[in-house]
Design a protein around this ligand. Structure first.
Ligand code: PEP
Length: 257
């Protein structure tokens, strides 16, 4: 069975003090209302990984990097390697967020190498896929997601794939306030699960966590998390505020099954 997950992507937001306050609030919440079947993840900017890892003591709370290099080490100014992410205390890494693909031009080929490098170092990747608005309008969204999944996962074995968390994040819903309807999200999650079943096995399809991302907030999370193929959320804006992040954790604990 897949892990149920509430993950917060801080992007390039929050300073050290604000980051510490947010993690302390999540720790306090988890101590008062322990969660039993969901995992909580925070993805701070790289320079906060050490602090965030040191503050995240609850066994249900772990830390993800937002990105990492595909190379092992060397002359790559400005990059952070998988072993550095690990050394900083993080357990996961987001790979292929649409902002990395679109703004920084990260290609499918590069992302596959990043996924490989993450697994080599024992990091769990959160692999993001998602279509643009024009792809959806032209009814190309299923083909696009299939292409991204194929490019990222084709060289992995059925034993490796369950270590990868998939996040379906329609680009038109990220940071726009416009979320996919629960039907649209479920339809794509079910498509992704079927793809995993066909390419790998029914057991793999059952085991891989598929998160939804795109303007998830406490007021729309119940409907989304109640869908059978949605295993949780990758949350940007609403993860920056302790009250909304902890209420998303609470909704996840109540609704995700
Ligand atoms: C994200 O950053 O992955 C995201 C989904 O952002 P938001 O929740 O703000 O749309």
């Amino acid at each position: 069975m897949s892990r149920k997950i509430i993950a917060g992507n801080w992007k390039m937001n929050l300073n050290l003090k604000e980051g510490a306050e947010l993690i302390n609030a999540a720790e306090k919440y988890l101590a008062a209302k322990p969660v039993h079947h969901i995992d909580v993840i925070v993805a701070p900017p790289a320079y906060q990984l050490v602090q965030s890892s040191q503050l995240s003591k609850n066994e249900r709370l772990s830390v993800a990097a937002q990105n990492m290099a595909a190379e092992e080490k060397g002359a790559f100014t400005g990059e952070i390697s998988a072993s550095m992410v690990k050394d900083a205390g993080a357990e996961l890494v987001i790979i292929g967020h649409s902002e990395r693909r679109e703004i920084f031009g990260e290609s499918d080929e590069l992302l596959e190498r990043k996924l490989k490098k993450a697994l080599e170092h024992g990091l769990y990747p959160i692999f993001c896929v998602g279509e643009s608005l024009s792809q959806r309008k032209n009814n190309e969204h299923f083909q696009h997601i299939e292409n991204q999944l194929k490019a990222g996962l084709q060289s992995f074995s059925a034993e490796e794939v369950p270590q990868i968390i998939i996040a379906y994040e329609p680009i038109w819903a990220i940071g726009t306030g416009e979320t996919a309807s629960q039907e649209q999200a479920q339809e794509m999650h079910s498509f992704i699960r079927k793809y995993l079943g066909q390419q790998f096995s029914a057991a793999v399809a059952d085991e891989v966590s598929i998160l939804y991302g795109g303007s998830v907030k406490p007021d729309n999370a119940r409907g989304l998390f109640g869908q059978p193929d949605i295993d949780g959320g990758l949350i940007g804006g609403a993860s920056l505020d302790a009250e909304s992040f902890t209420s998303l954790i609470q909704i996840g604990e109540e609704i995700l099954r």
